[in-house]
Ligand binder design. Structure first.
Ligand SMILES: [Cu+2]
Length: 171
């Protein structure tokens, strides 16, 4: 009887560990984020004016009902939100391979210091895996994925234990 129970418990633990390692692999996939840059209350500054993102992330220039019309143009015209507007909703995604430092200006107000900088870091998968294990940014997401899948092996293991115990009683 003890052997049967131990076997069931071992099976249960193995299932849980296998699922946990699968879940942690899922969690290491790069998750793209959207970083919003707007205009602050002085009407002549981006807010924030410096952001650090990762390849795959999107920078969204977003403002509405501004007193002055603004735009956002990268110095080498990598991106350009178009003509200065009081309402702008313009997004640009930095694809993998586009890491670097990018300066941008609001054309009508660059002389007033309405400039900004985007630092794009290489995507995690381009880096050495052994130094990148701390890049866990979204644990709620991991819980969402891990919990439903954990229930399946858990149920199977419980059933196995139950079946073994019943067989034992019948004999
Ligand atoms: Cu401006």
């Amino acid at each position: 009887m003890r052997t049967v129970l131990s076997w069931g418990i071992v099976l249960l633990f193995v299932s849980v560990f296998v699922q946990a390692s699968v879940a942690s692999e899922v969690n290491q996939e790069p998750e793209s984020e959207v970083v919003i840059i707007t205009v602050d209350s002085t009407n002549l500054r981006f807010s924030p004016d410096t952001v650090t993102v990762t390849e795959g992330d999107t920078v969204r220039f977003f403002w509405s009902g501004q007193a002055l019309p603004h735009n956002a143009v990268e110095t080498n015209e990598l991106f350009d939100s178009g003509d200065p507007q009081r309402d702008v909703d313009y997004s640009f995604t930095f694809e993998v391979g586009m890491n670097g430092t990018f300066d941008f200006v609001c054309e009508p107000h660059a002389a007033f210091g309405m400039v900004g900088q985007i630092i794009v870091e290489p995507a995690p998968m381009n880096q050495d895996n052994s130094t990148n294990n701390t890049n866990v940014t979204n644990s709620p997401d991991m819980d969402d994925k891990a919990l439903p899948s954990l229930s399946i092996p858990f149920t199977l293991a419980s059933l196995a234990v139950g079946a073994c115990v019943q067989n034992r009683r019948i004999q």
